[in-house]
Design a protein around this ligand. Structure first.
Ligand code: CP
Ligand code: NVA
Length: 301
């Protein structure tokens, strides 16, 4: 594994390798065992959209691994003034040991990877959010013990989260149902890939998708960059919410996950979120451990 651009690039064994290392790093942190896996290494962080969890967990993670992280806002970089990505990639490759990027178009992270000579990590694009899904898988395994036979139900927009969860869940042996309004389905190529799996379902029927689910997952109705579509989306997604009625058709011990930030009263009710706060904030914590594992895998000599 040279980069983390999307989950589809990783084999099932590579995903297990990251999750196992993440568990180990979590154990070491809880027991104050400090190992400088990335001593002297530097991570550049190009962040072109807002971020709370991703930015802080990468920065703290790099520090805890003995390295340094540089926060690079595109307001300050020459990229913001039109310097080509291919030039920026080649320059950064001379200074840095790795680069994480949060941006709009997936082609930008792909271009950084192809022109640069250092590992590139996708920290969210409009297409994918692989770091989040690695933390989600880690959390599911913590709570459920394994992935085998579990059903995940995603409620809402066929966005970056849905695209990455489909790949992560199916690769790890879970089945996957998504309930989304017509016209808001996940990426067509990902759906084509997923249709080879028996346990994959796309429907606009929320109760059908949620029936007997072990893991319920949702995300905002309007993602970053879609603020102008807010009103249209609010109308389209009305009712696509994890609430008490949805919980009633899922398995009794179903867990609820949310990548956060959450819009209470839209994709999830306050009651459900608070009842499942342990899982949701463990999930947020696991961003740190999963990303440390990714960085060690990609950046250690
Ligand atoms: N879930 C997630 O990526 O959060 P941030 O947008 O706060 O980084
Ligand atoms: N789909 C959301 C995820 C945020 C972590 C967005 O792209 O804004």
């Amino acid at each position: 594994m040279k980069h983390l651009l999307k989950l589809g690039d990783l084999s099932r064994d590579e995903i297990f390798g990251i999750l196992n290392l993440a568990d180990q790093l979590k154990f070491e942190r809880k027991n104050n065992i400090k190992k400088d896996y990335l001593k002297g290494k530097t991570l550049g962080m190009i962040v072109r959209k807002s971020s709370t969890r991703t930015r802080v967990s990468f920065e703290v993670g790099m520090y805890e691994l003995g390295g340094t992280a540089l926060f690079l806002s595109d307001r300050d970089l020459q990229i913001g003034r039109g310097e080509p990505i291919k030039d920026t990639a080649r320059v950064f490759s001379r200074y840095l040991s790795g680069l994480m990027i949060r941006t709009f178009d997936q082609s930008e992270v792909e271009e950084f990877a192809s022109y640069g000579s250092i590992p590139v990590i996708n920290a969210l694009t409009d297409y994918a959010h692989p770091c989040q899904v690695l933390a989600d898988l880690m959390t599911i395994r913590e709570y459920k013990g394994s992935f085998k036979g579990l059903k995940m139900c995603f409620v809402g927009d066929g966005n970056n989260m849905a695209n990455s969860l489909i790949v992560g869940a199916l690769k790890m042996g879970m089945s996957f149902s998504i309930a989304c309004p017509k016209g808001y389905e996940p990426d067509a190529e990902i759906m084509k890939w997923a249709s080879e799996y028996e346990g994959f379902e796309v429907t606009d029927d929320l109760m059908k998708a949620a029936k007997d689910a072990d893991v319920l997952y949702t995300d905002v109705w309007a993602s970053m960059g879609q603020e102008g579509e807010k009103a249209v989306r609010e109308a389209a997604f009305k009712g696509y919410q994890i609430n008490a009625d949805v919980m009633a058709v899922a398995k009794k011990d179903a867990m609820v996950l949310h990548c956060l930030p959450a819009h209470r009263g839209e994709e999830i009710t306050e009651d459900v979120l608070e009842a499942h706060a342990n899982e949701i904030f463990d999930e947020a914590e696991n961003r740190l451990h999963a990303q440390k594992a990714v960085m060690v895998k990609l950046m250690r000599d």
